[in-house]
Design a protein around this ligand. Structure first.
Ligand SMILES: NC(=O)c1ccc[n+]([C@@H]2O[C@H](COP(=O)([O-])OP(=O)(O)OC[C@H]3O[C@@H](n4cnc5c(N)ncnc54)[C@H](OP(=O)(O)O)[C@@H]3O)[C@@H](O)[C@H]2O)c1
Length: 229
């Protein structure tokens, strides 16, 4: 179903469109009637076959400034999946390219995990801290370097005066939509107790944020609604 989007937001770019989160964002963006430009690695283009003829795909590394420049041209909004690990500053390179090359005034929405903190006021459970520690240790063990590169990517976004929102996802699961997730400025808020979000709803929150000015310069930590809407 194609609905008419509100005035202003017409063309959006999805950086990292071929991933699980990216594909859900493409779906939501098309349903809202946006023109969609998707960026993904060359080898992943086939994952977007279901959208053939409905979106424009620009293949390439998402930290390639030429690729991003072409992709974000004329876009009113950019939705960026920040890869949580990587080599050669992939995540921060992607964020920097989007910050530098999106048109001034464009809405920029980035995804990351709860472990990112903007102001240090997040309160993490002991279990959460243990999981992050083990994940970091394993990453070093298998030599997936730069686990902290998503942290650096977000630091750059937070320092930017662009119209950004950083959406911080909790544990993700697949399944039917439960509606727009709830959010808080800080992890530790009782509203976030469930610690789980459907991936389709993470994508919904990101796409809805394009037209929610209350989320500008916010880093909402989100969780899914329990009751299907
Ligand atoms: N998974 C979780 O439990 C969880 C929890 C909280 C927050 N998040 C956040 O949610 C977002 C999406 O995460 P996801 O786990 O659901 O994964 P996802 O949507 O499948 O996204 C993974 C992305 O990383 C890219 N990628 C994978 N390996 C790569 C590599 N070696 N080099 C370059 N790019 C690579 C993928 O591109 P290709 O399609 O080209 O492979 C894809 O765009 C992330 O920002 C993450 O921080 C995830």
């Amino acid at each position: 179903m194609c609905t008419t989007n509100r005035d202003g937001m017409k063309k959006v770019c999805i950086v990292g469109a071929s991933g699980k989160l990216g594909q859900y964002m493409v779906q939501h963006a098309l349903e809202r009637g946006y023109e969609v430009i998707g960026v993904c690695r060359e080898r992943s283009v086939g994952k977007l076959d279901t959208f053939e003829g409905r979106i424009t795909v620009i293949p390439g590394a998402t930290d390639d400034r030429e690729v991003i420049q072409k992709a974000v041209a004329g876009c009113d909004g950019v939705l960026t999946v920040l890869v949580p690990w990587g080599i050669h500053q992939y995540s921060s390179g992607t964020a920097q390219a989007v910050l530098d090359l999106a048109r001034p005034g464009a809405r920029l929405i980035f995804s990351c995990g709860w472990h990112i903190t903007r102001d240090g006021q997040d309160v993490y459970s002991r279990t959460f801290k243990t999981v992050v520690k083990i994940f970091g240790w394993l990453a070093r063990l298998i030599r997936v370097e730069e686990l902290d590169d998503q942290v650096e990517a977000c630091r750059r976004v937070f320092a930017s005066d662009s119209r950004w929102t950083v959406v911080r996802g909790s544990k993700l699961e697949e399944g039917e939509s439960q509606g727009l997730p709830v959010w808080s400025r800080h992890v530790g808020d009782p509203i976030l107790i469930s610690n789980i979000t459907r991936r389709v709803d993470f994508a919904l929150f990101m796409v809805a944020a394009l037209e929610n000015d209350e989320l500008i310069h916010e880093a909402p930590a989100i969780v899914g609604r329990h009751d299907p809407q």
